[in-house]
Write a protein that binds this ligand. Structure first.
Ligand SMILES: [Zn+2]
Length: 277
């Protein structure tokens, strides 16, 4: 009785999605939109929403938008995920650009602002080479610069890509690439205990360098990311299997039950068995 639509207002978001999707014809995305639009739930972030994914890509420059990255973002935005969704939808809009005018673009290039996710390229008329705004080469004179929306636009006008910043590749930022490599490795192996040291070894980084690279791009430590993935997995196992809590905690890499309970409570706001639908 707990998870039918008749008492939906008393249910948690997860339970409400579960109750709605048990109705024929309602999928997870539709259920989540009902939660945001009709039930005024403040903390919903829909993994199935393509526009949200576009917005995240555009805003942060993350190359892979997977379920694990979503679990991480959900923790970052909680308790205001529905509001974050509105902003991400707006950011995904093609007409929404970060740099409206050539004057803004020039200022960004010239002042070396934080333009990691800038959505334009610039070319130098004298050399016929085009660059990302983040390129470390010498800033050209304003009168020699021309702006492009993307590499196809630059090449159509006879410009060649810079060898240093590789503007023809969609994602080249070495910091993002390193952090993403770490993240994908963690996605595969988060169930192992002692994972951070192991990941550091695999990626040829020291533990502190690994944590720094990860945090610079994803804004949380690699350790915290591992905890988020483990608790995310624990929730699935609690709902989809008959395993007991101790077995689940051990299976997802915890060596002590008390730290599992502590992390679960901190990240989910309630005890593990209270999450059972
Ligand atoms: Zn360049």
């Amino acid at each position: 009785m707990r998870t039918t639509v008749y008492n939906i207002n008393e249910q948690s978001d997860d339970e409400a999605v579960f109750a709605l999707t048990s109705i024929k014809g309602i999928g997870e995305w539709t259920a989540e939109m009902i939660l945001i639009g009709s039930l005024n739930r403040p903390d919903v972030l829909s993994y199935g929403d393509l526009a949200l994914k576009r917005g995240i890509k555009k805003l942060y420059g993350y190359p892979n938008i997977d379920e694990q990255l979503f679990a991480m973002l959900k923790k970052r935005y909680t308790p205001c995920c529905s509001l974050a969704s509105m902003y991400l939808w707006k950011a995904s809009d093609k007409s929404f650009e970060n740099y409206y005018t050539d004057f803004d673009k020039w200022n960004a290039v010239n002042n070396k602002q934080n333009i990691q996710y800038a959505d334009f390229l610039y070319g130098v008329k004298t050399t016929k080479i085009y660059c990302r705004p983040t390129c470390s080469s010498k800033i050209p004179k304003r009168e020699n610069i021309v702006f492009f929306t993307d590499s196809a636009d630059a090449e159509k006008q006879g410009f060649r890509p810079c060898k240093r910043c590789m503007p023809q590749l969609e994602y080249y930022d070495p910091a993002v690439r390193t952090a993403e490599e770490i993240r994908l490795y963690i996605n595969e192996h988060f169930r192992l205990s002692g994972l951070v040291a192991d990941t550091a070894c695999k990626t040829n980084l020291s533990v502190s360098a690994l944590n720094r690279s990860f945090k610079n791009v994803f804004l949380i430590s690699a350790n915290e990311y591992i905890k988020i993935l483990r608790i995310h997995e624990a929730k699935k196992l609690i709902n989809r299997t008959k395993k007991n809590i101790a077995d689940i905690a051990f299976e997802i890499g915890y060596e002590s039950l008390s730290s599992f309970y502590r992390d679960f409570k901190r990240l989910e706001g309630k005890a593990p068995l209270k999450c059972k639908k």
